[in-house]
Design a protein. Structure first.
Length: 352
């Protein structure tokens, strides 16, 4: 007897999808679940994201409704795939068939994302947008528990978080969130130098970064900290390098990810640079700063260059660093990273 075919129902599949997520979450085909809209701080002078948008925390009912809609879409894809896919998996034929029954899916911003997630095994999830930890703890716990119940195949849930928000949560609250199913946090450190942090309106001091990162580690999260080589410009590069290494060493996160600074058109820093108030580093000068940071860094995690902004090349014209999401293990690979930087510096200075 043939299986019943899912009927077209646009509201049944309605869920929101934001724009931004870390590259590592794209590489793992993470499901994007939107808990908040945009950024609660939104004042960083180097950033052009969310500048015209208003921050909102979505209600638990809205978020759970999105999760249920994703599950309904997945269930209908599975029903159409049953008997034709390898090992009962989701098929392209089923996706095309469901779009024929429900043409609105052709314009659904999350359909392709959910389809890719299911094809990849439905393992990782990223909570959008810029700072999901700002939700009330009991509400975030409720969402996480519902997400884990609805999709038992999930092996990792991650989110952006601000150091200041982490510092404001109690350790008990953070532990409850971790136990409810949030595994990894992505935190934008950007710099460990107070002068650079103040100049860029980051909204956190070096000690606030250490406090927030330390709490995240103590609560059992896997912690990924991002920093921006070059953010201090020519005037502050040494302090930026040394103090960033100091703060990262004090936190000792699982991952440290390089996001070299570039001027984003339309931002306050772009205007400052145009008016000669900020003198950016050349690529070679960024490498010299990077060497100082790496030299003074004392951590036991992984240092990653998993972004196209790490564009430096070696003598063969190949990328100086691996763009893999797992990067280089410290302290074991520290000499390797320093040697690669030295080669890049030789290229930048046209040395043989």
């Amino acid at each position: 007897m043939p299986h019943a075919q899912p009927l077209a129902d646009p509201e049944k599949y309605a869920f929101e999808t934001g724009v931004y997520r870390p590259p590592s979450e794209g590489g793992s085909h993470s499901l994007l679940v939107r808990l908040t809209r945009n950024c609660p701080w939104n004042r960083c002078t180097f950033c052009g994201m969310y500048k015209t948008e208003r921050f909102e925390v979505r209600s638990v009912a809205e978020i759970k409704g999105d999760i249920d809609a994703m599950a309904a879409l997945g269930d209908d894809l599975a029903a159409l795939s049953r008997g034709s896919g390898p090992d009962g998996g989701i098929t392209h034929q089923a996706a095309m068939g469901l779009m024929q029954k429900n043409p609105a899916l052709c314009d659904h911003p999350g359909f392709a994302m959910l389809y890719d997630w299911l094809l990849s095994g439905g393992k990782t999830v990223f909570l959008q947008d810029a700072n999901s930890l700002i939700m009330k703890t009991d509400q975030l716990v409720e969402v996480l528990e519902h997400l884990r119940r609805t999709f038992p195949t999930i092996t990792r849930v991650t989110s952006y978080a601000r150091s200041k928000t982490l510092g404001q949560k109690s350790l008990d609250e953070l532990t409850a969130i971790r136990r409810a199913g949030l595994d990894r946090l992505h935190v934008g450190l950007e710099s460990g130098d107070d002068a650079v942090l103040e100049k860029t309106c980051k909204g956190a001091t070096a000690e606030a970064h250490i406090r927030g990162g330390g709490k995240a580690m103590a609560a059992g999260f896997q912690l990924s900290e991002y920093w921006m080589p070059g953010l201090g410009g020519k005037a502050l590069w040494q302090a930026h390098a040394r103090n960033t290494a100091r703060v990262l060493s004090a936190i000792d996160p699982h991952y440290i990810r390089s996001r070299p600074f570039r001027i984003w058109p339309g931002t306050p820093m772009a205007r400052e640079a145009a008016e000669d108030g900020f003198d950016p580093l050349t690529p070679g000068e960024q490498l010299a700063e990077l060497r100082l940071t790496m030299q003074e860094l004392s951590v036991t995690g992984r240092v990653c260059f998993d972004h196209a902004g790490n564009h430096w090349r070696d003598r063969r014209g190949e990328l100086l660093f691996s763009h893999g999401y797992e990067g280089y293990k410290f302290p074991e690979d520290k000499p390797v990273v320093l040697d690669r930087i030295d080669e890049g510096l030789a290229v930048a200075m046209n040395r043989p």
